[in-house]
Design a protein around this ligand. Structure first.
Ligand SMILES: Cc1cc2nc3c(=O)[nH]c(=O)nc-3n(C[C@H](O)[C@H](O)[C@H](O)COP(=O)(O)O)c2cc1C
Length: 548
């Protein structure tokens, strides 16, 4: 056991914190990990359950289709079933997460090397890794998309490799399909903006050597968050995890490969990745929402499995967004985009960047919220900045103003419908890679970029819903009459969009007080001859009462 000091939670402590906050469900009845586990958790993403109601699921009684029982529990959704769960792992309220990421990236902390670690309490090596029921085959790794996937697949991974030239380690969340008790196949994306580990692979391949690799399951949450985070190549993610923790992360040397691993991990699979042969892997339901079809990926021969005495194995629910995978990425990537546009490019009008989640899966549709009145050139700098920030993100970028609820696609269409003149406000740019999707880059087929300025180009009349005060007054009556629960959807009250006069405000107030006859007297005084119907009238400053 390590008793090295630390100021961060491990996965066990994180799960206890979730349970304390009512964010965990324990499932003690037998659950088939291959046919039932992921579909059960999936219901909270497709069952009309609010995001805030999602929980982590801890499965303590796991069986499989062959009737085998597993003694290691599995937790699904524990890192990011919803932003609240993520924020428990971040040990910060949601509103502070942007600042926490910004600070950690700017102030990385070197890890602390320790000699003993809980992740080495149980060590399985050599012949103990061979044969059915041993090695990987002992682990309750679920099938993510029953009916399509061909193998139990590790999803909640932090895959560690080392750059053989610089010695700097990389950590990425990559899936790995189980193939035999001591063999799995790892998939590292080869596209621009893809896996850092693939760049290491190319270097080992050139040297004619296998690549040492450690697949860590169940890192402390600060470390787990680093797996999917998109940091520049050459940044060792463990130092940024230290930045999140505000102190060093404890690491220990792996037993059979020359790598260091987080000391408080639940379970570690060490091995050597073949840089000569590839092996077919998948089908596997992917986070772009389609099934990744079979393709050649990297076989790894397992040299050791080590774990805590009482490990818990995490599994991410991914595939069609929203999912745990899209939440974990969204909460991490949005701050990067916002910081890039606001701080690096210095575009003051940028309020936030949102990555559209349901079905599109974050990487395709980027929404930039800009302050009303931001100049056209700055809006276009923001659009092109967001489109080019990451090689595989921002295919469709939409600029909107602050009143648009970016999570409501209806609101986006509303802005596009009324605030955008396509001939002036839409641009298409050539030369985009295929990105993360069902098409592969090596077919040489390019994609392109769509930029849309759906911000207001000037003042507009108010949104035609009753003002907030009237909606709230009516809400009280709704509740008094017990007419059922309300789930207000923005926009649920009308507000000014700039083109609105105090005289109209006064007239509306009178009308709502039943005094419309007063308004009729005022308008009567403004009668004119010789105008075409629908000619605009704007009352004068004196209130439009005919005296001005
Ligand atoms: C659940 C989940 C599964 C992922 N699977 C893969 C994968 O199989 N291969 C891959 O290259 N990236 C995958 N990603 C995305 C990478 O984790 C992400 O691109 C990350 O930036 C990679 O880290 P790196 O830049 O250090 O390589 C996955 C992300 C999540 C959240």
């Amino acid at each position: 056991m390590t008793d090295a000091p630390r100021n961060y939670s491990d996965l066990h402590e994180h799960i206890a914190a979730l349970e304390q906050r009512g964010l965990l469900r324990r499932i003690d009845r037998p659950i088939d990990k291959d046919a039932e586990m992921h579909p059960l958790v999936r219901w909270q993403f497709v069952g009309g359950i609010d995001q805030a109601e999602r929980k982590a699921f801890l499965f303590t009684n796991i069986v499989d289709g062959l009737g085998r029982k597993y003694d290691i529990p599995v937790v699904v959704g524990a890192i990011a079933a919803n932003p609240e769960i993520y924020s428990v792992g971040m040990r910060a309220p949601l509103a502070d997460i942007q600042a926490k990421w910004d600070h950690a990236i700017a102030h990385p902390v070197e890890p602390r090397l320790v000699n003993e670690a809980v992740c080495h309490e149980v060590v399985i090596e050599g012949d103990a890794l061979k044969g059915e029921g041993h090695g990987l085959d002992r682990l309750p790794i679920p099938i993510s998309t029953p009916g399509f996937d061909s193998a139990p697949t590790l999803t909640a991974t932090n895959v560690i490799t080392r750059d053989p030239d610089t010695g700097v380690q990389n950590m990425g969340t990559y899936r790995a399909a189980l193939k035999s008790p001591d063999r799995l196949v790892v998939r590292m994306a080869t596209r621009v903006g893809g896996a850092g580990g693939y760049q290491h692979y190319l270097k080992y391949q050139k040297r004619g050597e296998p690549m040492p690799c450690a697949i860590v399951l169940g890192c402390p949450p600060y470390v787990a968050f680093m797996g999917p985070q998109k940091l520049p190549l050459g940044v060792d993610e463990i130092t940024v995890a230290g930045g999140l923790a505000g102190g060093p992360i404890n690491i220990v040397r792996a037993r059979t490969v020359d790598l260091t691993i987080p000391a408080e991990s639940e379970l570690v699979i060490e091995g050597l990745i073949d840089t000569e042969y590839l092996e077919p892997e998948a089908p596997f339901g992917e986070s772009h929402g389609h099934v990744a079809l079979e393709e050649f990926n990297m076989p790894m021969r397992v040299t050791a499995i080590t774990h805590r005495r009482n490990p818990i194995i995490p599994s991410y629910i991914s595939q069609v967004a929203p999912s745990e995978s899209s939440v974990i990425k969204r909460v991490a990537y949005e701050p990067l985009f916002t910081a890039h546009l606001r701080n690096t490019l210095g575009i003051r009008g940028v309020k936030k960047v949102s990555l559209h989640e349901p079905l599109t899966g974050l990487l395709r549709v980027t929404v930039i919220t800009l302050e009303k009145g931001t100049s056209r050139t700055e809006i276009w700098r923001a659009l092109s900045g967001a489109a080019s920030f990451k090689g595989d993100c921002g295919k469709i970028c939409i600029a909107v103003n602050e009143d648009i609820d970016v999570d409501n696609a209806d609101g986006l269409l509303w802005a596009m419908a009324y605030r955008m003149n396509p001939i002036e406000d839409v641009q298409m740019l050539p030369h985009r890679g295929q990105g993360h999707g069902p098409k592969r880059e090596h077919d040489q087929e390019e994609d392109s970029t769509l930029l849309m300025d759906a911000t207001m180009k000037g003042d507009m009349p108010p949104l035609a819903l009753p003002k907030q005060e009237y909606m709230e007054r009516a809400k009280a009556i709704w509740q008094e009459l017990d007419l059922g629960p309300l789930r207000p959807q923005a926009p649920w009250f009308g507000y000014s969009l700039g083109d609105w006069l105090p005289q109209w405000d006064e007239a509306a107030k009178r009308a709502a007080q039943g005094r419309y006859l007063d308004n009729g007297k005022i308008s009567e005084k403004q009668r004119r001859k010789g105008l075409k119907p629908e000619t605009k009238f704007r009352p004068e400053k004196d209130g439009g009462n005919g005296k001005g």
